[in-house]
Design a binder for this molecule. Structure first.
Ligand SMILES: NC(=O)c1ccc[n+]([C@@H]2O[C@H](COP(=O)([O-])OP(=O)(O)OC[C@H]3O[C@@H](n4cnc5c(N)ncnc54)[C@H](O)[C@@H]3O)[C@@H](O)[C@H]2O)c1
Length: 480
């Protein structure tokens, strides 16, 4: 990290360690009323010239992609199974803090008729995994805290990195990812699966074909009530990491599902860039009360009472350099149906995915569902036509997870640029930190760093054709 070029206001740590992933003790946790660490403040400084442009970068072909997976919880277990379907893949290493999760993942490999993988465990087991000389790609579905450290360790050890969302939690981390990917010429892809959902791909291809005219405005979100089933469930997130993330921060903690597909439609970092944002959060009306309710039934939850919980609903508005606007929302603790909104509005058309049914309009009325079917038939991009049905069968959020995994592997095997590069990962993730800075100061405007350092003016949108690829098969597995 080039600390000489970056000055962060650090060491304002009033109980900061208490919010790290492994709590030393709940006594510390209780004292931590206000979190002040690197997420609190940073100074925007000049990051100089780009070292190497990773946008459009094609790494050397890898015939068989040898994967190490770090994090074998709910998401990681699904990844082991999904990736096992793909030809030209070997899952050679498995790592989790807890060895029994590694054992469970080995059973999945066995069920998928795949060879046993090397095992790594413990808090720092991922370091030895990254140092192994028989791995090409480190795939990381861990708690957010680990995403950047694992990706950096992977790239610094000569591996490509694919990490779950968000890629970085701070602007500092986002810059580190960018600078390391440029220096090592290793891909750093954030696994933003929502970019591969069917309606998102349809509307992106329609935008590319000019059916929306000039885009003006878009809306995206992560609105998903996780509170009872996941956040306050002892058997869901390991060590309660996600509940802890909702303490001591106030902003949009999960921006990329909403922003990723919109940013692709708007050619962010590839013709336009995010300029600045303003962000506002409501107060918390549910999590504090739920903590008390749960603590009344189970002492386990007592340390989670009287904590500074994130305000329930966050709304962030972003303006792009070309004058387009984006509205993002985040709420994981309010009773409501699931939504990522996915509204894209242009001079000639508008679409909206949630609440269903999916809709598109070219005038005052939404088109009929039969007309939407025709649009699906005509404008679904080649990747959907090639792998969409197989993906629906294999599953993973209706198929989008498998489309993403298959495309990542196919690009690596054919030496193609990835659809999402490190600048996308950094920019989309940066809202996590920037929204907190704005909320903290009465919704003040905050600039979004240009992680491409000017290359956005000439970078090209990613290729949706499958040209040069689509050579990767999918295995039929008869599970016992
Ligand atoms: N893209 C999506 O649709 C989607 C969906 C769900 C989750 N996610 C993301 O996936 C990630 C994992 O979420 P999850 O729901 O699986 O959580 P989880 O708690 O079920 O899994 C996390 C796993 O990481 C392990 N872990 C913790 N510290 C570790 C360390 N030091 N080394 C190795 N392993 C460690 C835990 O033991 C656990 O098994 C999160 O970033 C989450 O945001 C993405």
């Amino acid at each position: 990290m080039s600390t000489n070029r970056r000055k962060f206001l650090r060491n304002l740590t009033i109980g900061a360690g208490a919010f790290s992933m492994s709590l030393p003790s709940f006594a510390n946790f209780r004292q931590a009323k206000v979190k002040k660490n690197e997420e609190d403040q940073f100074e925007s400084i000049d990051h100089g010239e780009q070292q190497f442009n990773m946008c459009g970068y094609a790494a050397p072909k890898i015939e068989t992609v040898r994967i190490g997976i770090v994090g074998l919880g709910m998401r990681g277990s699904g990844a082991v199974e999904r990736l096992s379907y793909i030809d030209g893949v070997e899952i050679v290493a498995l790592c989790d803090k807890y060895p029994d999760r590694v054992t469970r993942a080995q059973k999945t490999l066995e069920k998928m008729q795949r060879p046993k993988a090397k095992e790594f465990s413990g808090e720092e087991g991922y370091k030895a995994l990254c140092e192994s000389n028989d791995i090409d790609l480190v795939y990381t579905p861990t708690p957010w805290e680990l995403h950047t450290p694992v990706a950096l360790c992977a790239m610094n050890n000569g591996k490509h990195a694919a990490t779950e969302v968000n890629a970085g939690k701070t602007i500092d981390q986002c810059w580190e990812l960018v600078e390391t990917s440029e220096r090592t010429k290793k891909h750093m892809m954030m696994l933003e699966n929502c970019c591969y959902d069917f309606f998102e791909l349809l509307t992106l291809n329609m935008v590319r074909n000019g059916l929306f005219g000039e885009l003006i405005h878009a809306e995206g979100a992560y609105l998903h009530d996780l509170s009872r089933e996941y956040l306050f469930n002892k058997n869901a997130y390991a060590d309660m990491w996600r509940l802890k993330e909702n303490i001591g921060k106030n902003g949009n903690l999960y921006p990329t599902h909403g922003l990723g597909p919109i940013a692709q439609c708007m050619n962010i970092n590839r013709g336009d860039k995010l300029d600045y944002l303003v962000s506002m959060s409501s107060a918390d009306f549910t999590l504090g009360d739920l903590a008390k309710e749960m603590a009344g039934k189970d002492d386990f939850f007592k340390p989670y009472t009287d904590m500074p919980y994130r305000g329930n609903t966050n709304t962030t508005s972003i303006r792009t350099h070309k004058g387009k606007t984006i509205m993002l929302q985040h709420d994981v603790s309010t009773t409501r149906p699931y939504s990522r909104i996915h509204l894209v509005s242009g001079t000639k058309a508008i679409c909206q995915k949630y609440p269903g049914p999916e809709r598109i309009a070219f005038g005052h009325e939404w088109i009929k569902q039969e007309e939407l079917k025709d649009l699906y038939a005509k404008y679904s991009p080649p990747i959907v036509k090639h792998i969409g049905d197989i993906a629906k069968n294999i599953g993973g959020h209706g198929g989008m997870d498998f489309i993403m995994d298959w495309r990542l592997i196919d690009c690596l095997r054919n030496g193609l640029p990835l659809d999402q590069d490190v600048y996308d990962a950094a920019t989309w993730s940066s809202i996590f930190h920037l929204s907190q800075l704005s909320v903290k100061d009465k919704s003040k405007p905050v600039d979004v760093p240009d992680f491409t350092r000017g290359a956005w003016k000439t970078n090209k949108p990613h290729d949706m054709t499958l040209n040069g690829g689509a050579t990767t098969g999918v295995r039929k597995v008869k599970k016992s």
